[in-house]
Design a protein. Structure first.
Lengths: 368, 368
DNA sequence: GCGCATTACTAATGCGCATTAACGGACCGG
DNA sequence: CCGGTCCGTTAATGCGCATTAGTAATGCGC
C-alpha cells in the first residue's frame, strides 16, 4: 500500500484529425527496426563534418523507411528541442507594410528577406502602429518580439525605454539606421561620411575649388555625417571650408533663391551639393534656383546630391552623387542579427554607399 | 541493490546565450508564488466563455509577474503542446519582396497584415525560394509552415505535391488567387466575372451596342473569367456577342493596328475593353492603336480596362474599368484562414472588385 | 585471455507548454 | 461532527525531437 500514489495519466486530449496521417520518428524507427534516437541521428545528420557513428546499412534502412512513410519532421518539435526558433523579428513602429509601395522601407525589406532566407531564418513581422484591435499598443507591445530569436528594428520612433529593456535583457537586437545614443544597441547604417567625401573628391578632381553644401536645418545624424564628409573632402582637396561653404536653410525653397545662387557663382563658386532628406527639399530648391538663375547644369555649374533623388525627380537628369544601398543594408542588418543570435560579436556596422556618376557634374567653367 | 540502474541525466547542453533573457512560465510562476500550471492557465485563458477556476487575485499576480519579466510564450512549445500559437504563415514561392516592385505581393500584404493584427495573429513570413543558398528547395521547405497555425500561399509556382500533402494532413491552408485544380484547397480570388459584366453594363447603359474585348492569348483563369463576364454583360444588354466580339491576340501590339481599329469603328463598334495582364500589353496596344487611328477617346470611341493600368500608364487619363481590391483580398484570405484554423467552414471565396468610372467612357457617337 | 579502444546503437532525458486527475481546504446539510 | 460538494491550485504527463551517457559487441595488442 505504500507504493507511490497512483495517478492517472493526464496527457493530452485524444488525437486530432491529423494525428493519424503524420508519421513520427518512432514509427519510422519501428519500421526500420531501430530506435527513435537512431532515426533522429540519421535524419538530422549534418552534411558537413563527420557523420555520426551510424553504419551505412542502417542509414539506408532508416532513409528508406522514412521515405516510404512520407515522414516529415515536425518543425515545432525540432525547434523546441534545438532551443532555437530560426525566427527573426522585424519591427517597425510605423506600419511595417505602408500602403505606398514606394515607401523607403521596401528596399530594406528586399535585402532582409533575401539574407534571412540565405541564413535559414524565417521572419516574423510585427507592427507597432497597426490599427489592429487585438494588439494594444501598450508599453509591452514591444515585448512580443521576444517570440523571435532576435529582432530588427526600423524607424526612428521606437520607444527608447522598451528597446533599452530588450538590450539589457540580452535579447539580440539590431537597429537599421545609426543609433548611438543607446548604449549597447547594435545597429547598421550607411557610411555617409565616406560617400560624401568621395563626392567632393570627384568634384575636386574635375577642378572645382569652391563648393557649397546646401543642407536643411536638422541635426539628425545623417545630416551631420554628410556635412562631416563634405568638410573632410574639402580638406583633402586642400580647399578651405570656411563658414560660407555650408548653406544651412530652415526652408530651402524660400531661402535658396536664384539671386542667391547667382551671387555665389559670381563669387567663384563652381559647384553645389545638396543633402538628401525625406522631402528632398534641399535638392529641389537647388535645381530650381539654378534653373531660374538661367544656369545650365553641367555647363555653368556642377551639382551633386548626397543621396538619391526623390521619386518625382527621378526622371530629371541623373544627379551625380551616391545611392544608399538599402538592399545591402537590410542584408547586413540580418547578418549582424544572426551573428548576435549565434552569440558572436558585432562587426563593422557601416555599409558603403555606391557612387553614382550621373550627368550633373563636369569641369568648372573658367571664370572670365 | 535491485533498484533500477542509475543513469546520469543527459538532458541537453548548457544554456545558450539567449537562455537568460527569455523567461519561461516557470520563472513567472516562481515570481508570482504559484505553480507553472497556474501560470499556463491564467495566461492562456480564453477570453470567451468561462474563465478557468482561478481567483482574481492570483490572476492579477500572475499577469503582473509576466509583465515585469517580459514573458512571451514560446511559439514552438505552444504548438507542440497541441495548442495554437497565434501565428499565421505567409509563404510565397517567389520572393515576397521582389526587386521588381511590379510583381510585388505588397498590396496584398497590407491587407493581410491589417487583418491578421485585427484577428490577433502575428505573421510569419516563410521565405520560400529566395535565391539564398542555404535553403535547399527540398520537400521539407514547405513543411516549415507547420510551425504556424495555418498558412497563406501566394504565387502560382507553389509545388502541387507538397501543397496537397499539407491539405491532406488537415493543415489549414489558403491560396491567394483562384486555384481550383487542387481538390480541397481553399482559396480567395477577385470576382472578375461580375466586375467585367459591370463594366460592359455601364457601357451598354451609355448606349453602346457594339463592344469588342481585346485579350491576350492566354487561358489563365483570370483571362477566362473576364471574357466570361464580358459575354455575360453583352447578353444582359441584349446584344449578341458573336465571334467578332472578342479579339484574341498573341501579340497585341502587332496585331491590333490603327487600321484594324478604324475598320472596326467603321463597322459600327463604339467601345473597346481590354483585359489587364502582367504586362498590360492589351491595354497598351489598344490605346496606342486608337491614338494612331486619330480617334479621340471619350469622344469618338469609349475604352474600358478590365483591371488597373500598368504603373507607367497611370498618369494617362484614368481608364474606366475596375480595381482589384488587393487590400481586401488579403484581408479576406486571412479571415478565411482564421476560420479554417478555428475549425469552421470555408465561406464565399470571391471578393468584389471596385468599379472605377474613369474618364475614357462616354456616350457613343451617332454614326452618320 | 585480459585490458582497453573503437564502433554501433539505445535509453533516458528535457526543451516549454497545455492539459487534467487529484488534492487540500472551506463550506454545508443533516 | 462527519461525509459530501465545490473551489483553487498543483503534480504529473506527454507533444516530437535532439542530445548524450551508457552499453553491448567487436577488434587489437601483448
Amino acid at each position: 500500500m505504500d507504493q507511490p500514489k497512483k495517478r492517472a495519466k493526464p496527457g493530452r486530449n485524444p488525437a486530432s484529425a491529423s494525428r493519424t496521417s503524420r508519421p513520427r520518428q518512432a514509427e519510422v524507427a519501428e519500421l526500420a527496426g531501430v530506435s527513435q534516437a537512431t532515426v533522429s541521428l540519421v535524419l538530422s545528420a549534418r552534411g558537413d563534418g563527420r557523420a555520426a557513428a551510424i553504419s551505412e546499412e542502417t542509414r539506408q534502412r532508416v532513409h528508406e523507411a522514412a521515405r516510404s512513410l512520407g515522414y516529415v519532421p515536425d518543425p515545432a518539435a525540432r525547434r523546441l528541442a534545438a532551443a532555437r526558433n530560426n525566427l527573426l523579428g522585424v519591427f517597425s513602429f510605423t506600419a511595417t507594410f505602408p500602403t505606398d509601395v514606394q515607401h523607403s522601407y521596401y528596399p530594406f525589406l528586399v535585402g532582409v528577406e533575401q539574407e534571412a532566407a540565405a541564413q535559414g531564418y524565417d521572419l516574423v513581422l510585427f507592427t507597432g502602429s497597426s490599427s489592429g484591435g487585438a494588439s494594444a499598443v501598450g508599453p509591452e507591445a514591444l515585448s512580443r518580439v521576444r517570440l523571435a530569436d532576435g529582432c530588427l528594428f526600423l524607424g526612428r520612433h521606437v520607444p527608447r525605454a522598451e528597446l533599452k529593456r530588450l538590450v539589457a535583457d540580452g535579447f539580440p537586437v539590431v537597429h537599421l539606421g545609426r543609433r548611438e545614443e543607446l548604449e549597447g544597441l547594435a545597429w547598421v547604417g550607411a557610411d555617409y561620411v565616406s560617400a560624401s567625401r568621395e563626392v567632393v573628391g570627384h568634384l575636386a578632381e574635375l577642378g572645382h575649388r569652391r563648393i557649397v553644401l546646401v543642407r536643411e536645418d536638422d541635426d539628425a545624424p545623417p545630416s551631420t555625417d554628410r556635412q562631416q564628409g563634405f568638410l573632410d573632402g574639402l580638406a583633402a582637396a586642400g580647399t578651405a571650408g570656411g563658414p560660407g561653404a555650408v548653406l544651412r536653410c530652415a526652408d530651402p525653397m524660400r531661402e535658396l533663391t536664384a539671386q542667391r545662387v547667382r551671387t555665389l557663382v559670381a563669387d567663384g563658386v563652381t559647384a553645389f551639393v545638396a543633402e538628401e532628406t525625406d522631402t528632398g527639399a534641399a535638392w529641389r530648391a537647388l535645381i530650381t534656383a539654378v534653373r531660374e538663375a538661367g544656369l545650365s547644369c553641367p555647363g555653368d555649374v556642377s551639382l551633386g546630391l548626397l543621396g538619391s533623388p526623390p521619386a518625382d525627380l527621378a526622371a530629371q537628369p541623373v544627379p551625380m552623387g551616391f545611392d544608399i544601398p538599402r538592399h545591402r543594408l537590410g542584408a547586413a542588418a540580418v547578418r549582424l542579427l544572426a551573428a548576435l543570435v549565434a552569440g558572436e560579436e558585432a562587426r563593422e556596422p557601416l555599409v558603403a554607399c555606391e557612387f553614382r556618376a550621373g550627368e550633373t557634374a563636369g569641369p568648372p567653367i573658367q571664370s572670365p
